[in-house]
Design a protein around this ligand. Structure first.
Ligand SMILES: [Zn+2]
Ligand SMILES: [Zn+2]
Ligand SMILES: [Zn+2]
Ligand SMILES: [Zn+2]
Length: 446
């Protein structure tokens, strides 16, 4: 990224919410608030044969298919110019980790690949690689020198995965030694990092990685994630169930289409070279200087209880945004769930040992299904009563910003500050402002 680029946001301590990003100046609707490349990317197990191990693209920017790393014979790489990194196809530790990952359960294989990418940053030991590592270390949660602050799930995972990481590092160093003399600093402990660092990195990955979406499963129709990516600044944006920015990624080249490049800041400097791992946050509305910039970590269409459960399980907080407070009031009046921890404890009926992921996931699915069944059983009159009580500004927000494509769940945002249309950050659907206003009048006309 060029040195001249200055984002319109900066990190600040937000009372009660940790570090967030605030607008450093007035931001217009449709402005790009932040653009940056990922510090680290990792593919999910289901997509390791179809997504680039370093940038998560499904094909090279030229359209050429991915190739297989000749050294490990496993990792797929796009070979695009914007994906190249220090000449090596992918990092030496990442390369050795590929073979070792095959023997691990899926979640641990993904953890190992992420840790290996971090170890390669340590091993590379350049100013830019160390800056990336520092950027990851600066993300939440705060972790003490002995792993204090790391959730038990990540601590246990670190115990399983750290020794495998050390093996990958040892093999990478042994491989390097055959061809090049080894400096005294290149030893396993330095490149692999300590157990506490592993635990810390895993907890930062869990809380801060953005999912890179993939096409839905053709059989089940389920959403799928091709991998995850961490960002120095964007990963610090706090959640709100009514966000003021939408995240657009470029893993499939979306930022090279649909008017993202014609903003009045004019310069087409990145017209021909938008990296697959570049992310942009686009302002949905005007954001005044000093206001916090927020995004939704989940599709904004998710119902209250499910949304709050997922936010707590994955990100570790109870959402108390204005929308959640209002909808919690309604849920209590209606006798519906609100997604809090007390409810979960009751539903578990003693089944849950706090850290058993499988039990907890099963419980969450059960509660989601019960909530869905309850919603599906509501009469048309009751549904109408519920939609009528939406405050007008919420109703307008949903009409304007929620993608109308069935089941998409994406957010519509203007692709630049002079655009006369909005575009979906998930499916690319495009709607002109004229069509939107016509639909509003159409609805109100009869
Ligand atoms: Zn790539
Ligand atoms: Zn390899
Ligand atoms: Zn909320
Ligand atoms: Zn969409």
């Amino acid at each position: 990224m060029s040195g001249a680029y200055a984002p319109a946001v900066a990190p600040r301590e937000i009372s009660g919410r940790g570090v967030g990003l605030v607008a450093t100046r007035d931001i217009a609707a449709g402005e790009c608030v932040l653009r940056e490349r990922a510090t680290v990317c990792g593919t999910s197990v289901a997509f390791r044969d179809s997504a680039c191990a370093r940038c998560l693209a499904f094909a090279a920017p030229t359209g050429a298919p991915l190739f297989t790393c000749a050294t490990c014979g496993l990792a797929k790489l796009c070979g695009g110019d914007t994906c190249a990194w220090s000449g090596a196809p992918h990092g030496a530790v990442a390369c050795h980790a590929e073979g070792l990952a095959k023997g691990l359960p899926d979640a641990d294989a993904e953890r190992l690949r992420f840790l290996a990418a971090c170890a390669d940053l340590r091993g590379e030991h350049s100013a830019s690689s160390l800056a990336k590592l520092r950027a990851v270390a600066a993300l939440c949660p705060a972790v003490g020198p002995n792993g204090e602050g790391v959730a038990s799930r990540e601590l246990e995972a670190a115990r399983r995965v750290h020794p495998v990481l050390e093996t990958a590092v040892a093999r990478a160093l042994a491989g390097a030694r055959r061809s090049a003399p080894v400096g005294e600093e290149t030893n396993v402990a330095r490149v692999a990092g300590s157990f506490a660092e592993t635990a810390s990195l895993l907890s930062k990955e869990t809380k801060n990685a953005f999912g890179a979406m993939a096409p839905r499963d053709p059989a089940s129709g389920d959403r799928r994630v091709r991998g995850g990516a961490l960002y120095e600044l964007a990963s610090r944006v706090n959640h709100d169930c009514f966000p003021n920015v939408a995240r657009f990624d470029n893993f499939d080249g979306a930022l090279e289409r649909d008017a993202f490049v014609t903003s009045q800041s004019g310069a087409n400097d990145f017209l021909n070279l938008v990296a697959p791992d570049e992310l942009r946050l686009m302002a949905l509305d005007r954001i005044p200087a000093g206001a916090e910039v927020t995004m939704s970590y989940l599709p904004v269409t998710e119902p209250l209880a499910r949304r709050r459960r997922r936010l707590r399980h994955t990100f570790g907080f109870d959402c108390a945004c204005a929308r959640c407070l209002l909808e919690t009031e309604w849920a209590k009046q209606d006798g519906d769930r609100v997604g809090d921890v007390a409810e979960e404890t009751r539903a578990a009926g003693g089944r849950v040992s706090a850290n058993d992921d499988a039990v907890r996931d099963a419980l969450a699915t059960e509660m989601d299904d019960e909530d869905d069944a309850r919603l599906a059983g509501l009469s048309p009159e009751e549904l109408e009563r519920r939609s009528d009580r939406l405050p007008p500004e919420y109703a307008v927000w949903f009409a304007r910003n929620v993608c109308p494509v069935s089941e998409c769940g994406g957010t519509l945002a203007p692709p630049n500050e002079t655009a006369t249309h909005m575009t979906c950050n998930a499916c690319g659907f495009r709607r002109t402002d004229a069509a939107f206003y016509a639909s509003l009048t159409g609805e109100e006309a009869p």
